[in-house]
Write a protein that binds this ligand. Structure first.
Ligand SMILES: C[S@@+](CC[C@H](N)C(=O)[O-])C[C@H]1O[C@@H](n2cnc3c(N)ncnc32)[C@H](O)[C@@H]1O
Length: 381
């Protein structure tokens, strides 16, 4: 089996440093379709899940990024001002985080079905605790998503990768007829319990079990950065939209701007003795669509027009590092696995490094970290 290239280009064209690569075991690619997804009966197995190649432009992994992309705290939403308050630190952080990206790049490969099964199982385990931190943050993007998708009273709304169902619930509060789908059985169960009046189904975002033109609006919060084939998912969003319907999608920004993710990446990078956690290959580059041109191309490439991408930033606060650490482990899958698969001693050291990394963000109020997301939307012609 071919070994994967340990030193691909990043999306921005730079070669990351290989500082830590030699310490890590290289991942091998897996045969296509070797591990079928363990989704429920309602879900058809995606043809993309059998693809033999990783998504184009995959810069690795970002197991961390994607899962880090699940963090959130509480704070005031404002239009993003890059580096406005933490500019100098962000620049420094960028250099450090780049080395971490090399680490997670080791997990890129071609087992998308295995990766999807890992995600579905992991999100089921984390469903009950997702809102401690991650769901708290993604909640801040719910109304902007619904606005960008033009959701109003009477809209037929599909919430893809609904998690605990917040977008579907907020859509229903606007008078929309909401339906939610998620790959994780546990997330579907939480959503059903929380919004018993709304229909939720277990389904793969890359293979939606709906007829063409069934919806007026499709929203997908923080999932395209979890998909082996985001292009396949966008094609599905467009297929199930009626002509004139709108789709809106969010992803997290890069860790130098999305500091909630960046601080953990840095803590891991600083820690000696971190082992390759052996995550399934086939995971996507979580920061691929932090690049606005790439994000716009994802939507326009699927056939949407009037495509717009914007940044949304806010500052989030946690009481202390314990809340950040616990919330992260309770509300993520890949990130949590990276940490949970280390020895007790290495975990202790990562946690100690995190104390140090967040020090510049500490005040009498706790720890305030910049969060930044990208929101893309478009209309089916
Ligand atoms: C970070 S959570 C986002 C949840 C929710 N949209 C939000 O904004 O809080 C990612 C969600 O994507 C779901 N997911 C991951 N892969 C999926 C797939 N292939 N199809 C459908 N859902 C998927 C997970 O189960 C999880 O609920």
């Amino acid at each position: 089996m071919p070994k994967q290239n340990s030193r691909p280009m990043c999306n921005d064209g730079r070669r990351p440093t290989t500082l830590r690569v030699s310490r890590l075991a290289r991942s091998e690619t897996s045969p296509a379709g070797s591990a079928p997804p363990r989704f429920g009966a309602a879900t058809r197995i995606s043809p993309w899940a059998r693809s033999t190649s990783a998504a184009p432009g995959v810069c690795g992994s970002l197991a961390l990024a994607a899962t880090l992309s699940e963090l959130v705290l509480s704070g005031r939403v404002r239009e993003h001002q890059e580096g406005a308050r933490f500019g100098g630190m962000a620049k420094l952080a960028h250099l450090r985080v780049d080395r971490v990206l090399v680490f997670w790049r080791m997990n890129a490969g071609s087992d998308p079905a295995g990766f999807k099964a890992f995600e579905a199982e992991g999100w089921t385990r984390k469903a009950a605790t997702y809102d401690r931190l991650t769901g708290r943050t993604t909640a801040r993007l719910v109304e902007p998503l619904l606005d960008a998708a033009g959701v109003q009273s009477g809209s037929r709304l599909l919430d893809v990768a609904c998690g605990p169902g917040r977008c579907a619930g907020a859509g229903a509060a606007r008078g929309a007829v909401s339906l939610g789908v998620d790959a994780a059985e546990g997330m579907v169960a939480v959503a059903r319990a929380r919004y018993p009046e709304i229909e939720f189904r277990q389904a793969d975002a890359e293979r939606l079990p709906f007829a063409d033109a069934s919806f007026d609006a499709v929203v997908a919060g923080f999932v395209v950065n979890h998909l082996p084939r985001p292009e396949g998912a966008l094609a599905e969003f467009v297929r199930v939209l009626r002509p004139g319907g709108r789709a809106a999608v969010t992803v997290w920004d890069r860790p130098e701007r999305m500091r909630l993710l960046g601080v953990l990446a840095e803590a891991v990078e600083r820690t000696e003795g971190v082992r390759d956690p052996g995550l399934p290959s086939g995971g996507p580059d979580a920061f691929r669509f932090a690049d606005e041109a790439a994000f716009a191309a994802l939507l326009s490439g699927a056939g949407l027009d009037a495509v717009q991408v914007r940044s949304i930033g806010f500052e989030e606060r946690v009481a202390d590092t314990g809340e950040l650490w616990d919330g992260m482990l309770a509300g993520s899958v890949r990130t949590a696995a990276v940490i949970e698969r280390q020895s007790k001693e290495v975990r202790r050291r990562i946690r100690a490094e995190l104390e140090d990394v967040v020090a510049p963000y500490r005040s009498d109020d706790g720890i305030t970290l910049p969060v930044s997301a990208k929101l893309a939307s478009g209309r089916r012609p």
